[in-house]
Design a protein around this ligand. Structure first.
Ligand code: PGA
Length: 253
């Protein structure tokens, strides 16, 4: 079975006392995970080691960075490289979130290099894609997302691409309270899997977890995750509340 993943994206939220409180609430009597299930906490850089320490010995629980630089080292003040993350034992890194594509002008070309840097040092990329509202309204969302996937990932070998997680996050659903319907999520996830299958074959495509993101909450997670091609979620707002996120974790297949 493909991995089923509940990923929390804390974004630029929570002070240290707030983060500590949330971790205490999440990890006290923590949900036990089945073999194919994972919980990933994507936290601000300064909290990576703290969270890593707290997750020690907890099966299936992992910590992720929210970004890394596209070079492995050098004179890039204020940046963090994949090799630094790997040296800390960080296992996952979110790449290409729409907020970074928009506010940091991250391009597909740069993202394809970030994917390479992560894979070179053994970090699993959680590669984000998703269309803006205007594209959804014009009906061109499948092609838009396919183009992001081709540009960011199709330079990879079949072995390399199976080391990835993809997160589909329609921009119009992020932080808006407007979730894609269960049908819209399944349709897009099936379309992404077909794009992968056409390039790499269906056995490779079937190995890659595809998460849905955009206003996932405790109340809608089970319905979204029940779809055959939806392998969990990347969760922003609701991941900041322990009860909500625990409900999302319990909704994993
Ligand atoms: P949201 O954010 O759950 O607050 O919509 C999701 C994300 O941006 O990863």
């Amino acid at each position: 079975m493909r991995k089923q993943i509940a990923a929390a994206n804390w974004k630029m939220n929570l002070t240290l006392p707030e983060a500590t409180k949330l971790l205490n609430e999440l990890l006290e009597n923590a949900e036990a995970l089945a073999d194919a299930q994972e919980v990933v906490l994507a936290v601000p850089f300064p909290y990576l080691m703290l969270v890593k320490e707290r997750l020690k010995g907890m099966k299936g629980y992992r910590v992720a960075a929210q970004n890394c630089h596209h070079k492995l080292a050098g004179a890039y003040t204020g940046e963090v490289s994949a090799s630094i993350l790997a040296s800390l034992g960080i296992e996952d890194c979110v790449l290409g979130h729409s907020e970074r594509r928009e506010y940091q002008q991250e391009t597909d070309a740069e993202l394809s290099q970030k994917v390479d840097r992560c894979l070179e040092v053994g970090i699993r990329p959680i590669f984000c894609c998703g269309e803006p509202l205007s594209v959804r309204e014009s009906g061109a969302q499948d092609e838009f997302v396919a183009a992001q996937i081709r540009a960011g990932l199709f330079h990879l070998s079949p072995e390399a691409i199976t080391g990835l997680v993809i997160a589909y996050e329609p921009i119009w659903a992020i932080g808006t309270g407007k979730t894609a319907s269960s049908e819209q999520a399944q349709e897009m996830h099936a379309s992404i899997r077909k794009v992968l299958a056409d390039q790499y074959g269906s056995s490779v495509a079937n190995e890659i977890p595809i998460l849905y993101g955009g206003s996932v909450k405790g109340a809608n997670a089970a319905e979204l995750f029940a779809n055959p091609d939806v392998d969990g979620g990347l969760v922003g707002g609701a991941s900041l509340q322990a009860n909500e996120f625990r409900q999302i974790m319990r909704a994993l297949k």
